[in-house]
Design a protein around this ligand. Structure first.
Ligand code: ATP
Ligand code: MG
Length: 337
């Protein structure tokens, strides 16, 4: 029996951070190693262009960085097809057809795109490609007929839009070749981890991230800057745990839940200083990040091998995509000759 395909990916707009790690990468590795799926992981460079069109160097540089992050956390090209979006030409074609099956009004309702437009301060100059990126994302998922899409919480509206497009396409062309995907979302609290500044989402584009590639000193410096409780001034003052990023991260990264509960009690009561607490978080993060960082440095010794891996993955992905596109063209009736 053929295994279910899962597809997911990341935009090459920077290196990957610990939000990606707990919200998505960790689960991809588990799914990969379960042997139950045929995994596809895409570096979404075409999508990165929708808001970085004038900075191709950033995208080009980030391509290898993201690939290194993947290998460092344990994605294995022998088990997971790791490929580059722009190399799959069928995606541009499928996106064009989808564009006619969705209305401007529907796109305007997408809450994630709305929030991102605000965040990126486009003002009146929203690139049309950015506004319509959920459509191209629907093409990414459906060209591989992926059943499962493991993503962070911000991607929920994209999956819904994809499901609608599949129904519209199958309905318009009297076919059933396209498959409605299902999102696979992280456990509560992991789908959108906050930035070190306390902002609602750690993001490559917001400058509030701890990267998988950060060295130990950089991680320590970032934890020291971290947003805690502004009212907790003296060590003996009672402090707040809710909204305190240090505790949010301890909840996520420290396997010793009893220890975290004790620290919370002490902090709330008064008598636990921010510095001491932060030193503890630094240790907790280091034990998770050190092995990842070391593997990353080893892979970074051979960049041509990384590019070859991406080429091989893209060649394989293209074969699958082309098979779908053949059926798509037939269903629409543009196989004229
Ligand atoms: P950008 O700011 O360029 O959009 P990003 O940090 O949002 O970058 P993406 O490449 O857009 O990263 O997202 C890749 C995947 O990681 C998506 O599934 C997304 O939901 C997930 N993700 C991104 N940020 C976080 C976060 N802070 N916590 C959990 N998951 C996240
Ligand atoms: Mg994003």
């Amino acid at each position: 029996m053929t295994k279910e395909i899962y597809l997911t990916g990341d935009r090459p707009t920077g290196k990957l951070h610990i939000g990606h790690y707990v919200g998505s990468l960790k689960n991809r590795v588990v799914m990969q190693n379960s042997g139950d799926y045929d995994p596809f992981v895409m570096i979404a460079d075409t999508q990165a262009f929708t808001d970085n069109a004038r900075d191709p160097k950033k995208i080009r540089d980030s391509l290898t960085e993201v690939a290194l992050d993947y290998l460092a956390v344990g994605l294995d090209p022998k088990k997971t097809t790791i490929f580059v979006q722009s190399q799959i030409k069928g995606l541009f074609e499928l996106t064009s057809y989808y564009m006619n099956l969705v209305t401007v009004a529907r796109l305007q309702r997408n809450p994630t795109v709305k929030a991102e437009i605000q965040q990126k301060s486009f003002g009146e100059s929203i690139p049309a490609g950015f506004f319509t990126y959920p459509v191209s994302q629907a093409a990414d998922i459906t060209i591989f007929r992926a059943k499962k899409v493991p993503v962070g919480d911000d991607q929920e509206p994209m999956i819904e839009q994809t499901r609608e497009l599949v129904r519209s396409f199958n309905n318009a062309y009297h076919t059933d070749i396209l498959v409605e995907p299902e999102g696979v979302f992280p456990e509560k609290g992991l789908g959108r981890i906050p930035g070190i500044d306390g902002d609602a989402k750690m993001s490559k584009s917001l400058g509030n991230a701890i990267y998988l590639s950060d060295d130990a000193d950089t991680v320590a410096a970032k934890v020291k800057q971290m947003y805690t409780d502004p009212k907790h001034v003296a060590v003996d003052d009672p402090g707040h745990v809710e909204g305190n990023v240090v505790f949010t991260y301890l909840d996520i990264f420290d396997p010793d839940t009893k220890q975290v509960a004790d620290l919370k009690a002490q902090y709330t009561h008064g008598g636990l200083g921010d510095m001491k607490l932060k030193k503890y978080l630094i240790e907790v993060l280091e034990s998770e990040l050190k092995p990842i960082r070391e593997r990353r440095m080893a892979f970074a010794q051979d960049i041509p091998a990384i590019l070859q891996m991406l080429k091989d993955g893209s060649d394989h992905a293209n074969k699958i995509a082309e098979a779908t596109m053949k059926e798509v063209r037939q269903a629409i009736g543009v196989n004229y000759f």
